[in-house]
Write a protein that binds this ligand. Structure first.
Ligand code: GLY
Length: 367
């Protein structure tokens, strides 16, 4: 019996020796060599500090971008990524992660994976050890276990107590009674005490509902680009909800002929704008990282206004987005930008001149 060809072997055979028609409309651009650079979310700085020496000495951009985000995947104090991440509405922590590799234009991702500490590494395994781009849920867990990843309880005591506080206060129409202890902190914010854990109420229930995530894009000294994004997703999410982080084009995208970008914040907006892909396409056409980021944020603001016709909470009283989205952008020449829809904040960048540092984000709506 002959083995049927896989998509990979079929395409390989079809392309072998074939001359491709010249259909491109512009000359492909190439990345700068000898200018190692990283860009990412503010919480990428500790990982960049840890990785910079080896990366800037000629390390592979995908290897080191993954090591950067693994720092927060294992850090239980970061409640938006990996261990210590806030769970969904059922109290179960599920993670989303993806990687993308410029030189081979390939990607891998996992979504809604449970009990695995390093989903970014599993995303890389999907890219390198399967012919797929995305594996989800139980299948992703079993795939990770098959490749030797341990089963880990990701719900820390602090995250469990935060979830209990949220769950008990969610409705006055059910039978759960919230713990009673409440007092004010030094700034006048309400502190809620659950089983001895002091939790800031606004963080759990306020307008700043936790949506962290970590992204890192990297340009290697060899001129290769790569990126990764990993998250525990929106806190208290509906079980099975998947955000932008494992969606290629939304939570991350890179192209060896254009650059790299990634997102944190409200995943639905990064998906609906195809934000990271849109930014990389603007880079391809010659836009600077800052201009590309601001253009896509402007689109997201307009899209939110249209979306508010059926979901009014998407915009505030002034018609501005009522949520946050940030992009981290890397051009082929090593130029970087960090942009945010509104307010203040920082992003992380590492360059040969200054090493790893935090820089202020540029806001579409500064106030
Ligand atoms: N950006 C992360 C999420 O929305 O899940």
């Amino acid at each position: 019996m002959t083995t049927p060809p896989t998509r990979r072997t079929f395409l390989g055979a079809a392309l072998a020796g074939a001359s491709l028609p010249a259909v491109h409309t512009q000359e492909p651009r190439t990345a700068a060599k000898g200018r190692p650079t990283m860009v990412g979310s503010a919480n990428a700085l500790p990982g960049m500090l840890e990785q910079w020496e080896r990366f800037s000495g000629g390390g592979d951009p995908l290897d080191h971008a993954i090591e950067v985000v693994k720092f927060q995947e294992r850090n239980e104090k970061d409640s938006s990524v990996g261990l210590g991440g806030l769970p969904g509405e059922n109290g179960i922590v599920t993670l989303d992660a993806a990687v993308m590799h410029g030189p081979t234009h390939n990607s891998g991702a996992v979504a809604a994976i449970e009990n695995i500490l390093h989903p970014s590494e599993v995303a890389r395994l999907v890219m390198e050890r399967t012919d797929h781009c995305l594996i989800v849920g139980r299948g992703a867990y079993e795939f990770a276990r098959m490749h030797g990843h341990d089963h880990v309880e990701l719900l820390t005591e602090k995250a469990r107590k935060a979830w209990v506080a949220w769950r008990e206060r969610m409705s006055t129409d059910d039978d759960r009674l919230p713990a009673r202890k409440k007092k004010k902190d030094e700034r006048g914010g309400l502190i809620y005490e659950v089983d001895g854990e002091k939790l800031a109420l606004e963080e759990l229930f306020g307008p700043k509902r936790p949506t962290g995530t970590i992204h890192c894009s990297a340009l290697g000294a060899n001129g290769h680009v790569a990126c990764t994004t990993t998250t525990s997703g929106l806190s208290w999410k509906i079980p099975g909800r998947v955000g932008d982080s494992p969606i290629i084009g939304a939570g991350l995208y890179c192209d060896q002929e254009a650059g790299s970008a990634g997102a944190t914040g409200r995943g639905e907006s990064a998906i609906l704008s195809n934000g990271s892909f849109a930014i990389v396409e603007l880079l391809r056409k010659g836009a600077s990282p800052l201009d590309a980021g601001m253009e896509v944020l402007g689109r997201i603001a307009r899209q939110a206004r249209r979306g508010a016709k059926w979901q009014p909470a998407l915009v505030d009283d002034d018609g501005r987005p009522a949520f946050g989205v940030k992009f981290y952008i890397l051009g082929l020449d090593g130029q970087t930008a960090g942009v945010t829809l509104k307010g203040k904040g920082n992003y992380s960048v590492a360059t040969p001149e200054n090493g790893p540092e935090r820089k202020p984000l540029t806001a579409l709506f500064p106030k």
